[in-house]
Design a protein around this ligand. Structure first.
Ligand code: PRX
Length: 650
């Protein structure tokens, strides 16, 4: 019989005795203790959990809007992920890679093998003149070489900037240009739904006319790659030395940039430091997923997103654990692929997004029925609010009513989880993300920063001292950093990090996240901005003006809907197709609008602002508010009719 890790008391689920016994933390006092002196709490974790070459002199220094953790401390991130585990665990699997084609065998990299590869690739990077502080762009699918490349950057102190492989060539180009990257690491392609996908074509197109001097290509599809600037990853690795002494960096040195969508057309480069991020990634992985010696963690996120960085790669390795990655489509060749992988590789902690769960709920029961997955101990959810139905299905069908579900709320900016229930403490309640992680404090405020009462909806903000994983700026853009995250500081002198999420706290002190309060949407767990999409669509030759609004979607959480005003009234019959492929080119297929409406006018205020709120009301059949402020109230009737005629979303 598989072990039961939860038990029901009253209407709530709590950790069972078995879970309490194995949990790193099982005493709720941890919250109070950490709260008494968060700086001391984090110092203890950083000291115990990481190897430092030089100790820090100041644990936390705050000169808002900037702050530093472990100032004066020196370390190397890749040493902490690999080298220090070699003494005891050289032959332990660090990474299990499951390729999409079923005729290809999984690859296992032990800590020793990973060490050798990372050292070799660090030498390759050095050969191409990459040094500490340089930016390296990584445009790779979820394959072992992505881990090798990222860790090699951290080994030499270079800053990696990973770009999601499903993003377009234009999106990659913009990110290369912003970071002034010197080198691009990509692959010839990857497999999706049984088909080889060409990645190099997009990479080459993007690299043209940028700062990129060389492109290193992983021959995933075994194609021979040639070109003046192009180098073959495997060939380079063959001749490289397998010794490389890690470069010591300062705790506050930047380790990576990850671009994310905000409220403007241009994505921002979120900067994460080394020591603070490492501490946060280390402890949240350890306590949330309770990784023990023979455990295997599988976080399904792609490395193009922060979840992939922190919980598919770095967190498990900082803990000397084994992480599993899978290259392909969740339902390929059949919708039981994921469950097969869990059983075959004895996955103990499984971490995915509600969108994926909702997708699996739609498949016939036969695809899940035979999988008991007895190895599973903990299930995690991330990226968007998890609704009750998805929670219950996940709990019953995947966890067989045995495993706690850890709902984790966080952001690209926070580097690691900041609100979640700890598996050894509980309770696990559908739709409630839980408590602030020990040592972190959140409150709910109104727009002026006044604290709200229990159960009152408001904006969730983080209080000083800020979590070690929190961003350290927007890459070379101080004004954007200040404006996006520190409005309470600049306007009301309050030391709050503005998350731009709405939330409330229940009487039991559990936090419910209600979603973004800005123009950012979550489409299938992917973060997109309406402004970025509007910007892209407006560049289409037939479009004069455009407005994008997200609407709720049963499967993807949210989907974008676009309203267009066309130039010269030209309306070709294939307009929708044209717009969708234009969005694919500008951003990527994840951003494709689900519905497109051609209108004559957009509802605007007298100052010319498009009233997206009104558009949204019309789409979801709500009575629109604020019509009296409109310059063109007649536009509303027109749009209402157009929506009704196309018989689109209700
Ligand atoms: O709105 C919140 C939502 O995802 C946003 C952050 O997106 P991103 O930077 O892509 O990071 C995703 C992975 C952490 C947040 O502002 N979000 C994330 N996790 C949850 C969530 N909303 C509700 N519940 C969650 N567990």
């Amino acid at each position: 019989m598989a072990i039961k890790y939860i038990t029901k008391k009253g209407s709530k689920y709590w950790p069972s005795k078995a879970m309490k016994e194995i949990a790193y933390v099982n005493n709720p006092k941890i919250y109070k203790e950490a709260d008494k002196n968060p700086i001391k709490f984090w110092a203890k974790i950083a000291k115990e959990g990481l190897d430092w070459e030089e100790p820090w002199t100041t644990t936390y220094e705050e000169k808002l809007p900037y702050f530093k953790w472990f100032k004066g401390g020196k370390l190397n991130f890749s040493y902490n992920c690999i080298d220090r585990h070699l003494f005891k665990n050289a032959n332990k699997p660090a990474l299990i890679f499951v390729p999409e084609p079923t005729n290809e065998k999984p690859t296992i990299l032990t800590y020793k093998e990973l060490h050798e590869k990372v050292c070799k690739f660090s030498n390759v990077l050095t050969k191409y003149k990459i040094k500490k502080g340089d930016v390296v762009s990584i445009y790779l699918p979820l394959i072992p070489e992505a881990l090798v490349a990222m860790l090699a950057c951290t080994r030499i102190g270079a800053i990696h900037s990973v770009v999601f492989s499903a993003f377009s060539s234009d999106a990659l180009k913009a990110r290369i240009q912003d970071g002034k990257a010197k080198l691009l690491i990509t692959a010839d392609g990857y497999y999706r739904r049984g088909k080889p996908i060409n990645l190099l074509k997009k990479a080459k197109l993007a690299a043209k006319r940028t700062t990129i001097k060389k492109i290193i290509v992983v021959p995933r599809l075994k194609k021979s790659v040639r070109g003046l600037k192009i180098r073959d990853f495997n060939k380079e690795m063959k001749t490289a030395s397998s010794k490389f002494i890690p470069t010591t960096v300062k705790s506050e040195d930047p380790m990576f940039i990850l671009y994310t969508s905000g409220t403007t057309g241009k994505p921002k480069g979120v900067v994460h430091d080394t020591g603070g991020y490492a501490t946060h990634a280390y402890i949240t992985t350890k306590w949330n997923f309770n990784l023990k010696d023979n455990d295997v963690m599988w976080c399904t996120a792609d490395i193009g997103w922060i979840t992939g960085h922190t919980y598919a790669f770095y967190g498990p390795l900082l803990n000397g654990s084994t992480t599993l990655i899978y290259e392909g489509s969740p339902d390929f060749p059949k919708p039981d692929r994921w469950w097969k992988i869990i059983e075959k590789h004895n996955v103990t902690a499984f971490y995915t997004a509600p969108t994926a769960i909702r997708m699996f709920m739609k498949f016939p029961e036969k695809y899940i029925k035979k999988y008991k997955m007895p190895s599973l101990k903990i299930l995690g959810s991330v990226g968007e609010p998890i609704d009750k139905d998805a929670w219950n299905w996940y709990f019953k069908k995947i966890g067989h009513s045995r495993c706690p579900i850890i709902d984790t709320w966080w952001q690209t900016e926070t580097g690691g989880t900041i609100v979640n229930v700890l598996p050894g403490i509980g309770p696990f309640v559908p739709t409630l993300a839980g408590k602030s992680f020990p040592g972190i404090k959140h409150i709910i405020v109104d727009e002026k920063g006044k604290e709200k009462k229990k159960n009152q909806l408001g904006f969730i903000v983080q209080k000083s001292p800020f979590a070690p994983g929190l961003l350290h700026g927007v890459y070379k853009n101080h004004p954007k950093y200040l404006k996006t995250y520190w409005q309470y500081l600049t306007k009301y002198k309050k030391k709050y990090y503005d998350s731009s999420d709405g939330a409330f706290i229940t009487k039991d002190n559990l936090i419910r996240i209600t979603g973004r309060t800005d123009d950012v949407m979550k489409v299938a767990g992917h973060r997109l901005s309406t402004a970025e999409l509007e910007d892209a669509i407006s560049q289409h030759k037939l479009v004069n003006e455009c407005a994008v609004v997200p609407i709720p979607d049963k499967l993807k959480g949210e989907v974008p809907v676009a309203f267009l005003i066309l130039k010269h009234n030209k309306h070709p019959s294939n307009l929708e197709k044209q717009i969708k492929s234009h969005v694919d080119k500008k951003i990527g297929p994840t951003a494709r609008p689900s519905f497109i409406y051609v209108v004559n006018q957009l509802p605007k205020t007298r100052s010319g602002k498009i009233m997206r709120r009104i558009l949204k009301s019309l789409l979801i059949n709500e009575e629109p508010k604020g019509l009296s402020t409109l310059l063109n109230p007649k536009s509303v009737d027109e749009i209402k009719k157009i929506i009704a005629n196309k018989n689109h979303p209700k």
